[in-house]
Design a protein around this ligand. Structure first.
Ligand code: GRF
Length: 195
């Protein structure tokens, strides 16, 4: 089975990252998370750091553009990264990284793309928009990342029916629970594809 060296990019609590790490430990996937990069001091860095996984905060605001790129590239090379997973990463990846790792970057989004994606569509905004649009279904999407937000080829999607009285909060909870299995499934699909 193909085993990827994974780098995860996060901005928040990192519950998706945690589920991938735990599934990797359980042997559900052969791949291993080797590196976690955040754009700020995100609480989701604590779990991987406690396991000895290298973590780094690389903030564009504190660096020149070339320093910013160099720091990421060097870490990605150091750990021989061949799969990048965005797990609640709120910034855009630099175009240079997107083109260098084309086909090897995936993202998880909490709605059924191509609807409810794009700039500003993150967190509770997504679930509010889904409820306001009176959608019958929602659910997470795992997709490849290209230069445009939420527009790359879809790898995996799971649909759930929106029940009467559903709120953005209750929907977020349900979708997040599915995210915690579907992200690992997507990685497994990629492993199988390359085996
Ligand atoms: C998830 O809902 C994911 O779909 C989106 O950002 C959220 C991250 O949650 N891209 P967490 O930090 O993994 O808990």
């Amino acid at each position: 089975m193909k085993s990827f060296n994974i780098a995860a990019y996060i901005s928040g609590s990192g519950s998706n990252l945690k589920s991938v790490i735990q599934n990797s430990f359980k042997g559900v996937i052969a791949s291993k998370v080797k590196l976690v990069i955040a754009d700020k001091h995100a609480s989701g860095l604590d779990y991987p750091a406690s396991l000895g996984i290298e973590t780094a905060v690389i903030s564009r605001a504190e660096l020149t553009r070339s320093e910013f790129l160099k720091m990421q590239s060097e870490l990605l090379k150091k750990h021989k990264i061949d799969l990048i997973i965005l797990a609640g990463f709120l910034k855009k990846l630099p175009d240079e990284i997107v083109s260098e790792y084309k086909g090897r970057i995936i993202n998880i989004h909490p709605a059924l793309l191509p609807k409810f994606g794009g700039k500003g569509m993150h967190g509770m905004n997504v679930h509010k928009a889904v409820i306001e649009a009176k959608e019958e279904f929602s659910g997470p999407t795992v997709h490849f990342v290209d230069e445009i937000y939420d527009s790359g080829e879809i790898l995996l999607q799971r649909k759930i029916r929106i029940t009467a009285g559903e709120t953005p909060e209750s929907l977020q909870k349900k979708v997040l629970e599915i995210e915690h299995t579907i992200y690992t499934e997507a990685i497994k699909l990629l492993e199988e594809k390359e085996s």
